[in-house]
Design a protein around this ligand. Structure first.
Ligand SMILES: [Fe+2]
Ligand SMILES: [Fe+2]
Length: 302
């Protein structure tokens, strides 16, 4: 795999030259570039305040409850420490693409909530879910804004550029986390992979469990958010119906989607879930999520 453009860290170190093949030894070198990494608590930063504000997001009032669980998640957030330099990356992302920044914070909180309910059976750690989710889209801060903010369906060439963000994030996370990069880097690299092999960048079926959890909450948040290409977002019901369809096709883990359904219905985790034949809520009109613009037709020279 390779990147089309030079990749720099936030402190202007050249990590990868354009079109050079990314190898294991190259990644090991990048992980060694930072030297000793200083971890700092986030509790006195703007990032902490911004994460705290996630709980006020009206789109999630039917999911982020009860107050005791939210307080538990906040106590996990208070304990987060992260490499000092990556705070500058997140501040840069906030300035460049506030949507991606807020989306990353939101899905961290959602992933932590699901991890709390699945800490026994699937052995998710809420701390890990919270931290790994924060960096899943780090690579988006190197994608041109004309693509991120495009109002119409992106072309297949633009889609190819956008699809580099998991790999860009993977490389950046090797730099910021050094030898501790293993699971955090996978959170970026695999979050668009799906269990049936239909995802990208590699189309693999065996996924890191945190990457998969991130992929689910990432899709939910993308669907219920207003985006330049889709002014009217999916309703929560329509978004969860779509996720359920995806789980029935073998792309998402059913148990995790059922947990989201329980939240939306305010049913207790672990109760038997009855899913009726659904009358699906409709997707919003003009939705171009996941669609690319048709290639312009070539006109014959003759
Ligand atoms: Fe992504
Ligand atoms: Fe995302």
């Amino acid at each position: 795999m390779y990147l089309e453009n030079d990749l720099y860290s936030i402190d202007r170190k050249l990590l990868v030259k354009a079109v050079s093949i990314i190898t294991r030894s190259m990644l090991e070198n990048i992980a060694g570039l930072s030297g000793k990494i200083r971890y700092v608590p986030i509790k006195n930063t703007r990032l902490f305040e911004d994460m705290f504000n996630t709980f006020k997001d009206k789109r999630y009032t039917d999911i982020l409850y009860p107050a005791e669980i939210n307080l538990k998640i906040i106590s996990y957030i208070r304990r987060i420490k992260m490499p000092e330099k990556i705070l500058s990356e997140l501040a840069y992302m906030k300035q460049l693409t506030p949507y991606t920044y807020n989306h990353s914070l939101t899905i961290s909180v959602l992933a932590a909530k699901i991890a709390i309910d699945h800490s026994q059976k699937n052995r998710y750690s809420p701390d890990m879910a919270l931290c790994l989710s924060l960096f899943h889209d780090l690579g988006k801060s190197r994608i041109p804004l004309r693509i991120l903010n495009k109002c119409s369906p992106i072309t297949s060439d633009e889609h190819r550029i956008l699809k580099a963000h998991p790999l860009i994030g993977y490389v950046l996370l090797h730099y910021y986390f050094g030898k501790d990069c293993k699971s955090v880097a996978f959170s970026s690299f695999q979050h668009h992979e799906r269990l049936d092999g239909s995802g990208y960048p590699l189309g693999i079926k065996r996924l890191n469990k945190y990457s998969h959890l991130i992929g689910i909450v990432d899709t939910l948040d993308a669907l219920i958010s207003a985006r330049p290409y889709r002014k009217t977002p999916f309703s929560l019901r329509a978004a969860i119906d779509l996720l359920l369809d995806e789980s029935e096709k073998g792309r998402f883990h059913k148990g995790l989607i059922h947990t989201l359904i329980r939240y939306a219905r305010k049913e207790k985790p672990g109760t038997k879930l009855i899913i009726a034949k659904r009358g699906r809520d409709k997707e919003p009109s003009g939705n171009s999520y996941g669609k690319t613009a048709p290639r312009p037709r070539k006109t014959s020279g003759k």
